[in-house]
Design a protein around this ligand. Structure first.
Ligand code: GLY
Length: 359
């Protein structure tokens, strides 16, 4: 079973990647010696599929398990939902000795992680991610948080999980579109750090929702390495994970929630970033084409609808965290597998790249 050890200044934890790991949860949790109550946070999509199986397994570890189901969707990442869940947990006797388990995709992981960061000034938490994006990206690295009306993830904390358990078998139950959108992040990791992996991704069957565990583990390994190099995103290394996300987030925020899935918007953002990498750096057209072929293989969009106005995307982009005091730290590729943060991208370049997406 591939296990990735994350070694940080104040936290060390394992990411277990195994087909069928979910059926061995009790075994995997034993080394943590959980003694207090356990609160499972899940959502209205994942709860009906996997919650009762998880509770059954936890019964052999502790009798004190409660669960909280938040509505599926980004709207649940709110301070009011945090308050409501924390109140319920308190009423049910949770406190400093409790452990939180996040069972779900990125929304559940970010939400439960932030709750764990602030509940009784911080309790341990375990991630059991159930989507591709949450498995290869958001469950690892300790970014937790909720949204404000003014923007995504504006309230949050770095709070590392104590364990991440990744069962690729859980991906089989995802709707096909949600399975495929996750590959935008898989492709992003390969594009910024491992050019050879792009060929492996290109060889995958986009309809087979049981990806090779080894490939997923190595893809998570890229994220793990970046987090170890720059846990708190202070040196610029972790910012490389934003490849495709500056324009991608702007596009995602410009349409009603759910119109474009996160990975679909990021796919467009990656195409824009490739365009600018060719224009401002040394990336070749054939290198771009390799990445674009991977995105197309997973049915990810590469063409921006004319219904989404450039001015709206720019407005959204300016309220993004990555737009620091009016200047953009934009991630480009020098070559496949080598990303850097450029200071040489201005609004005009961004407008040009957005317009290019319409072609
Ligand atoms: N998902 C980007 C990061 O964890 O930094």
């Amino acid at each position: 079973m591939p296990t990735i050890s994350i070694n940080l200044k104040n936290a060390n934890y394992d990411v277990i990647v195994e087909q069928g790991a979910f059926t061995q949860i009790a075994e995997h949790l034993k080394p943590l010696k959980i003694s207090g109550k356990v609160a499972i946070i899940t959502d209205s999509n994942v709860g009906p599929l996997h919650l009762s199986a998880l509770k059954e397994q936890l019964a052999s570890i502790t009798k004190e398990v409660t669960s909280y189901e938040i509505p599926a969707g980004e709207a649940s990442k709110s301070l009011s939902q945090i308050e409501a869940t924390a109140s319920q947990m308190t009423q049910q006797g949770h406190g400093r000795q409790s452990t939180i388990i996040a069972l779900g995709g990125g929304v559940v992981g970010d939400f439960a992680g932030f709750l764990a960061a602030i509940f009784f000034r911080g309790v341990p938490f375990i991630q059991i991610p159930t989507t591709i994006v949450s498995q290869v990206d958001s469950s690892v690295g300790g970014k937790t948080g909720v949204n404000l009306p003014e923007g995504k993830n504006l309230i949050g904390s770095f709070h590392q999980p104590n364990l991440v358990i990744i069962d690729t078998q859980l991906l089989a139950t995802l709707p096909q579109r949600e399975y495929q959108e996750g590959y935008a992040e898989v492709i992003k990791h390969a594009a910024i750090r491992d050019a050879d992996m792009l060929a492996e991704i290109a060889a995958l069957d986009a309809l087979n929702q049981q990806p090779p565990t080894d490939l997923i583990a190595r893809n998570i390994g890229i994220k793990a390495q970046v987090v170890e190099d720059d846990e708190h995103e202070t040196t610029g290394v972790r910012a490389l994970l934003n490849f495709g996300h500056t324009i991608g987030h702007g596009i995602e925020a410009s349409v009603p929630y759910g119109t474009l899935l996160h990975g679909e918007a990021i796919s467009l953002g990656i195409r824009a970033a490739l365009y600018l990498s060719e224009k401002k750096s040394n990336l070749t057209a054939s290198e771009s084409a390799q990445v674009l072929a991977c995105l197309a293989q997973f049915n990810l969009p590469l063409k921006l609808s004319n219904d989404i106005k450039t001015s709206v995307i720019l407005d959204k982009l300016k309220s993004d965290k990555k737009f620091v005091s009016g200047s953009i730290r934009f991630v480009l590729l020098k070559q496949l597998g080598e990303a850097f943060v450029s200071q040489d991208i201005d609004l005009e370049d961004i407008v040009e790249a957005i317009e290019f997406l319409r072609s």
